[in-house]
Design a protein around this ligand. Structure first.
Ligand SMILES: CC(C)(COP(=O)(O)OP(=O)(O)OC[C@H]1O[C@@H](n2cnc3c(N)ncnc32)[C@H](O)[C@@H]1OP(=O)(O)O)[C@@H](O)C(=O)NCCC(=O)NCCS
Length: 322
């Protein structure tokens, strides 16, 4: 009998502080209309000074565990995707494990920038399908506001903070149908964030933050996401019309619209959270999926395509039957 990976719980956390486009317009030379027209973003959430990647991950994870109706101690693997860990080590996954009171599990972080949650789901799927793990918690948790230069209008308008979680278990029916992950290290200069240690040693302020050539990233993202859609459909012998929901990484409405068009989907079939969350990096796909599940748009038996693209470049997709 086949062993499949099934979603049994989702969760999400957004910090209470809201930073609007008008707030940013008082910090740098920009405007609400420019930001909204170019990106689709109106506001984003900002973590408070006491919050960390693991504290936000815990809230999202507990929601997923509650929905699943299992005990936290039933989880045997914890995968956290983050580019903003509070410690280089221990990993955020280990810190989360302690917060959740799970003694017998393996926890580790992955670094795939904005593709982190899709990478995490792909890794979890391999471990569940092979029988190595039964219940896997995947979390994306990001405090992007701490690695954004709030005097750089080309990047500070885009990012926000948040955490998303998903709980997966082994089942006899699909489940995750396929996952596809890729990277190409040849694009380092278009989008990067140095290790803070490097900035401290060099005493160069700009080395502490995200650096991006947005226009060039945009073009590669649109083309690459178009290819991953083709790859995912072909691998499953599916047509565009077989997909009920697109749950994309939330970087820019125009990038998302291009992917939806490639799938022949209307924007009504896309879970969009960008407007009031901005780009929450590895948290964004899980936050969007959680929203779609909890507000009842994504129904049992429906086919969902998740996709993401991020620094590296990294990119990937997950096709699942909910
Ligand atoms: C960042 C982004 C919104 C910029 O939009 P764009 O249409 O590409 O704009 P450009 O970078 O070409 O800049 C156009 C002009 O707007 C200006 N500009 C840039 N940011 C601005 C802002 N916040 N407000 C007002 N003007 C701005 C630029 O200086 C430039 O001015 P110029 O023509 O006088 O030189 C867009 O490129 C984008 O979203 N890229 C993808 C980013 C992404 O997805 N990153 C994460 C991947 S995970």
């Amino acid at each position: 009998m086949n062993r499949w990976t099934k979603v049994i719980g989702t969760g999400g956390y957004l910090p209470p502080i809201i930073r609007t486009n008008d707030d940013i317009s008082s910090m740098v030379d920009t405007s609400d209309s420019w930001i909204y027209e170019r990106t689709g973003i109106k506001s984003r959430r900002i973590a408070g000074p006491e919050e960390t990647a693991s504290s936000m991950a815990e809230i999202a994870a507990r929601q997923a565990i509650d929905m699943a109706g299992i005990a936290a101690t039933d989880i045997d693997m914890i995968i956290v995707a983050t580019g903003t860990p509070e410690r280089v080590y221990p990993s955020t996954a280990c810190l989360l494990q302690e917060r959740l009171g799970i003694k017998h599990a393996v926890g580790f972080d992955i670094q795939a920038a904005c593709s982190g949650s899709v990478y995490g789901l792909s890794i979890a799927d391999q471990y569940i399908k092979t029988g190595f793990a039964n219940n896997v918690l995947v979390v994306g948790s990001e405090i992007c506001s701490r690695i954004v230069d709030w005097s750089d209008r080309s990047t500070c308008i885009l990012f926000g903070d948040g955490a998303g979680a998903i709980l997966l278990t082994a089942g006899t029916e699909p489940g995750i149908l396929s996952t596809h992950i890729h990277s190409d290290g040849g694009y380092e200069d278009l989008l990067y964030c140095p290790n803070p240690q490097v900035a401290a040693e060099a005493k160069q302020h700009e080395l502490a933050f995200i650096s991006m050539r947005g226009n060039e990233v945009f073009k590669v993202a649109v083309n690459t996401l178009g290819r991953i859609v083709d790859e995912t459909l072909a691998a499953n012998g599916l047509q565009q019309s077989d997909i009920d929901w697109l749950v994309p990484h939330q970087a820019n409405t125009r990038i998302i619209a291009a992917t939806a068009k490639k799938l022949g989907m209307s924007m009504d079939q896309v879970i969009l959270t960008l407007e009031n969350q901005g780009n929450t990096s590895s948290a964004s796909v899980l936050l969007a999926f959680n929203e779609g599940v909890r507000d009842g748009r994504i129904q049992g038996g429906q086919t969902v395509l998740m996709e993401a693209f991020g620094a590296g470049f990294t990119w990937g997709s997950v096709l699942l039957r909910y």
